[in-house]
Design a protein around this ligand. Structure first.
Ligand code: HEC
Length: 230
């Protein structure tokens, strides 16, 4: 596990919102993965059946330029960590196009800064709401990192959605959800090890099954329009 204190970031902001009790509880659970700053306190949380992402307690709010600068510093190390998973679906992750113009805070992925990638089979992802159903073999990846109010930067999980052959799993409409920890260890995968730990991914993503085949896409202000996404 590594941590990088970004010298360009000024000392703690005083304007951070107070976290909710629920967010605190989940933040407390983070000591298991060292994803969180040392402020995590020991509390008992059922880590095997999370019903939402463990939430960063006080994420640092960065503007797009700062977020990009931090990401450029840490991206290679984050990808090296995920590579430890030896997951063939992401063997060439560092060659995939990115679909967001700068890392953005994702409230639905634990208040982490995230980036969206899609493999060549999933290039229609760049058409966003017009993408249509993804072909078998399409892989969508969302990496993430944490920036604490003190300016400490931590690698966080990699989230994957892989379109599997028909019949793989009716409940997820044949998407396989995977969460890989920053050190490459597996947190859970649909229909595999720790599948109960990623069941909550489906619970949320299936809300857009009818409209967009379980894809939520990038927030509009961060979208990159690629010319070859047809
Ligand atoms: C509470 C709702 C919610 C949960 C739970 C959730 N997601 Fe997401 N997911 C989203 C939203 C909203 C987006 C797009 C915007 C963003 O990143 O914040 C997204 C985007 C993604 C993407 C990029 C593809 C897309 O849909 O555009 C992947 C990959 C992904 N999520 C994987 C996961 C995995 C794996 C899990 C479980 C470990 C998970 N998600 C849990 C809401 C959720």
């Amino acid at each position: 596990m590594w941590v990088l204190r970004d010298k360009n970031l000024a000392p703690a902001l005083s304007t951070q919102c107070q976290p909710s009790a629920r967010a605190l509880l989940f933040a407390a659970a983070l000591s298991f993965s060292a994803l969180q700053a040392s402020s995590a306190q020991a509390q008992s949380v059922d880590l095997t059946h999370p019903d939402q992402h463990f939430t960063v307690r006080q994420p640092r709010v960065l503007d797009a330029t700062e977020a990009l600068a931090v990401y450029q510093n840490v991206r290679a190390r984050m990808f090296a960590g995920y590579g430890g998973a030896r997951n063939p679906a992401i063997a060439d992750l560092d060659e995939w196009p990115v679909y967001n113009s700068a890392p953005y805070l994702s409230a639905t992925h634990g208040q982490r800064y995230v980036n969206n990638y899609a493999n060549p089979k999933a290039r229609a992802y760049g058409r966003y709401e017009e993408a249509g159903p993804m072909p078998v073999g399409a892989v969508l990846a969302k990496d993430s990192f944490t920036v604490t109010s003190q300016g400490d930067v931590f690698a966080a999980a990699l989230f994957l959605m892989e379109k599997m052959p028909a019949g793989f799993n009716q409940a997820s409409h044949d998407w396989r959800y995977t969460m890989i920890m920053p050190d490459g260890s597996l947190f859970g995968v649909t229909k595999g090890e720790g599948s109960e730990r990623v069941a909550f991914c489906i619970t949320c993503h299936e809300a857009v099954e009818e409209s967009h085949h379980q894809m939520f896409f990038v927030p509009e202000e961060y979208r990159i329009e690629l010319l070859d996404s047809q």
